[in-house]
Design a binder for this molecule. Structure first.
Ligand code: SF4
Length: 433
């Protein structure tokens, strides 16, 4: 195993199946075309500014992370891959000894690291390297200076946004208890700092607090959790994290996700109702934001209304996006795919979708491509692996991964979110003009 920081290229596609879906949802169980959970490191390492992500994987894993994160010239990266060589995979060396050596070197060289994630991959899972025991063992050596946790980003089990879920779920058991008699609001899911700051201001204006965020910007400020914690999911792909928080006594507030004016209003409303904010105050506080955001959206509605869109399953943001695109921009939903459908967390979203929407859970990529080609939608939202072939066939595409990297939540981002869909259509129009 070699300590290896950086490298380049793309990830692997993996096949997987999941639990039963509602009757009206098409459920597919074939080949998937998605990135693996390692991808989450790209936005998580930017969010938690004293954390380091050490992937225990192959050269392919190193290439995936480097290509997704881009090349950092001026800053020392806070992710790396401990590459497993053939002798590790063949059991000819003690991978645990190698890992301990690499972690000790890393911590000695990087005193800024306060939280270290050992991130499992397909190869580490195949040889059954027990990273939870490794994290426990290493914690005994480096605690309290560095907290060491583990989670899996393997493509065998996960789609790309599940990496964040696994990472956040690994933090929950170590959160301090929140034991005061007052309620706190916990916002769960990575948000761009600019979006987080906007929500902090809005909650302050509404008189809701204290408000904490998971993940925090610094591991020294991890929020407490307990029976007086009410949490709002900011992302739709956090099933394990939500379950872990509920096991600590926290209560999930049911809400649509904060995409678009409608979604953001309903998301804030769920918190306002739970914290006893009056209707009048809620309307007064949110009105200027809603008016401004609706006005900004109008421009894009003119461009997008009536255009057809096909969403391949990829980020798990597809259902909230489809709700926004159909209800606020009047786009026609040809098919809405999602890798997994969490019926409880998505319940408020599903109520807002058109009754006749074609929903697909899971994927059989060839069949789905056939349906897409037959429909010839105006716009296709899909992973990078499908985008280029579809573009070559004359279709207009949007990379779904961009929707995870870009600040899109909240009132002030509603028009930016719409623009992400308008831009490829404008580009295509110029190309054919
Ligand atoms: S974790 Fe698995 S799917 Fe992801 S890059 Fe490594 S080998 Fe490929």
């Amino acid at each position: 195993m070699n300590a290896h920081v950086n490298a380049a290229v793309q990830g692997c596609a993996e096949g997987a199946a999941r639990e039963a879906a509602p009757n009206h949802v098409r459920r597919e169980n074939g080949q998937r075309e998605v990135f693996c959970g390692l991808t989450g490191i790209v936005w998580l390492h930017r969010k938690i500014q004293d954390a380091f992500f050490l992937v225990v994987g192959s050269r392919t894993c190193a290439h995936l992370i480097q290509s997704a994160a881009g090349v950092m010239i001026f800053a020392e990266p806070r992710f790396a891959t401990a590459i497993m060589e053939e002798k590790d995979l063949a059991g000819l060396t003690d991978a645990n000894d190698e890992l301990d050596r690499i972690v000790a070197q890393l911590i000695a060289r990087r005193p800024d690291i306060r939280l270290l994630f050992l991130v499992g991959s397909c190869p580490s899972e195949v040889i059954k390297l027990d990273l939870s025991r490794a994290a426990l063992r290493l914690s005994q050596s480096f605690s309290p200076r560095v907290r060491i946790l583990n989670y899996s980003g393997s493509g065998i089990e996960t789609t790309f946004t599940q990496g964040e879920d696994a990472c956040l779920a690994s933090l929950v058991p170590g959160l301090p208890p929140f034991g005061t008699s007052e309620d706190q609001l916990l916002i769960v899911g990575s948000l761009a700092d600019v979006v987080e700051d906007q929500f902090v201001r809005l909650f302050e204006e509404l008189g809701i607090g204290p408000v904490r965020f998971l993940p925090p910007r610094n591991s020294m400020t991890l929020p407490g959790v307990g029976p007086n914690t009410k949490f709002l999911l900011a992302q739709p792909f956090l099933a394990d994290t939500a379950r872990a928080l509920q096991e600590r006594g926290a209560t999930r507030l049911a809400a649509p996700f904060p995409l678009g004016v409608e979604g953001t209003t309903a998301w804030l409303r769920a918190a306002a109702d739970a914290f006893g904010v009056s209707d009048a105050r809620f309307v007064d506080v949110t009105r200027p934001y809603r008016v401004r955001a609706s006005r900004a959206l109008a421009h894009y509605r003119d461009q997008l209304a009536g255009r057809s869109i096909f969403l391949f399953p990829d980020s798990q943001l597809e259902i909230p996006l489809a709700r926004f695109l159909s209800r606020e921009l009047s786009m026609q939903l040809v098919e809405v795919g999602t890798p997994y459908l969490h019926r409880e967390h998505l319940a408020e979203e599903l109520k807002l979708l058109p009754n006749d929407v074609a929903l697909t859970e899971g994927q059989d990529v060839d069949l789905q491509l056939d349906r897409c080609r037959a429909a010839r939608p105006d716009l296709v939202v899909c992973g990078l692996g499908l985008a280029n072939p579809l573009e070559a066939e004359g279709m207009t595409t949007k990379w779904s991964i961009e929707l995870v990297f870009t600040p899109i939540q909240g009132f002030e981002q509603a028009a930016d979110l719409a623009e992400l869909f308008a831009r490829p259509l404008a580009r295509r129009a110029k190309l054919v003009a």
